[in-house]
Design a protein around this ligand. Structure first.
Ligand SMILES: *Cc1c(COP(=O)(O)O)cnc(C)c1O
Length: 338
């Protein structure tokens, strides 16, 4: 099977497994795991921040950030396509007791003006706006890359209005290898940054939350409350250090293959359009939305796995498990689809 369902389906390479097995371990809840400590220091340094926290998932890093940045009854501003709103099980309400102001941006990307227009005045009728979150790249937007200048302007609005600013950077490295922006510059506007090791970077488990020392101190408490305190987690942190050293630049290959894949799909009669590819996500809009299940079934018969992505759309994601051979096989498999 050629598995385009997500960049989370990757298996750790032999070299990554070796790095995991060689990692010195300790009990991280006591702060004793040298590999976790090294990873957290490395991640903080990369983004020009003081500290970082290793967590089991990107959902947890996002939800911890929201919890630390808000009080119950506050309001969080994000796009209607945001992962924190759509794909985290209602966690903003469940964990933090906050309401959400959804913005209707362009493929998940909104403007500083939209943020300014959606900050509630200090009036007891309104929830207190306390946090803005952006997602780069935006998954539901089709792996699109934020304009760095707009992200900075939103940071300016946040500072002027006393709001915290969070980056859901589950696929941030996919954006940075395309734009060439440095990690330090990318992190500069934000109070907190979440990055995932288990997506395109190819680790089995893990995400990092990055920010100031006092923020991470509070985040560590919340991680424990959420049940995310891990013990000999250096086994996983070893994979993450390996990935940061060896799997960032190669993301460009995933993007090239995604563009090639889009080219293949554009030729197919069952495809109405392909959302322009910016990184490793290819979203195909079907000619006939009612054929979604049938197309997925036919793809599967041709040895190709993908996922439904809203009405009449199918998502394909490239990752380090996808080779040029897989692309050729995908192309020849197309005649079996329709
Ligand atoms: C995958 C993802 C997350 C976190 O997901 P986990 O599966 O909980 O690690 C967060 N934000 C975005 C945009 C994602 O794609």
């Amino acid at each position: 099977m050629i598995d385009y369902r997500s960049d989370t389906v990757t298996q750790p390479s032999d070299a990554m497994r070796e790095a995991m097995m060689a990692a010195p371990l300790g009990d991280d809840v006591f702060g004793d795991d040298p590999t976790v400590n090294a990873l957290e220091e490395k991640a903080a340094g990369l983004f020009g921040k003081e500290a970082a926290l290793f967590c089991p998932s990107g959902t947890m890093t996002n939800q911890i950030a929201i919890k630390v940045h808000t009080k119950p009854g506050d309001e969080v501003v994000c796009d209607q396509l945001a992962h924190i709103y759509n794909y985290e099980g209602g966690g903003i309400a469940f964990n933090s007791g906050c309401s959400v102001r959804l913005l209707s941006g362009d493929r998940g990307m909104f403007t500083a003006k939209m943020v300014r227009d959606n900050i509630n005045h200090d009036d007891p009728h309104f929830p207190h706006t306390s946090l803005v979150s952006i997602e780069n790249t935006c998954n539901k937007g089709g792996g699109v890359i934020w304009d760095a200048a707009e992200a900075e302007r939103i940071g300016q609005v946040c500072r002027e209005n006393g709001l915290k600013y969070h980056l859901d950077g589950a696929r941030l490295f996919n954006a940075l290898v395309e734009t060439g922006q440095s990690t330090e510059a990318a992190g500069q506007p934000f109070d907190s940054i979440s990055i995932c090791m288990s997506k395109g970077l190819g680790c089995p488990v893990g995400s990092l939350l990055i920010g100031r020392k006092d923020f991470i101190h509070q985040a560590r408490r919340v991680r424990k409350v959420f049940g995310g305190g891990m013990r000999q987690a250096g086994l996983l942190a070893g994979a993450a250090i390996y990935a940061l050293d060896h799997h960032v630049d190669r993301l460009k290959e995933d993007h090239q293959r995604a563009r090639a894949l889009a080219g293949i799909f554009e030729q197919q009669s069952w495809v109405r359009s392909v959302v322009p590819v910016e990184t490793n996500i290819v979203v195909v809009e079907l000619e006939d939305a009612s054929q979604q299940d049938r197309v997925l079934e036919k793809l599967k018969e041709a040895g190709i796995l993908a996922v439904r992505f809203g009405k009449g759309k199918i998502r394909f994601v490239t990752h380090l498990g996808i080779t040029d051979d897989d692309l050729s096989q995908t192309e020849s498999g197309m005649k079996m689809v329709m």
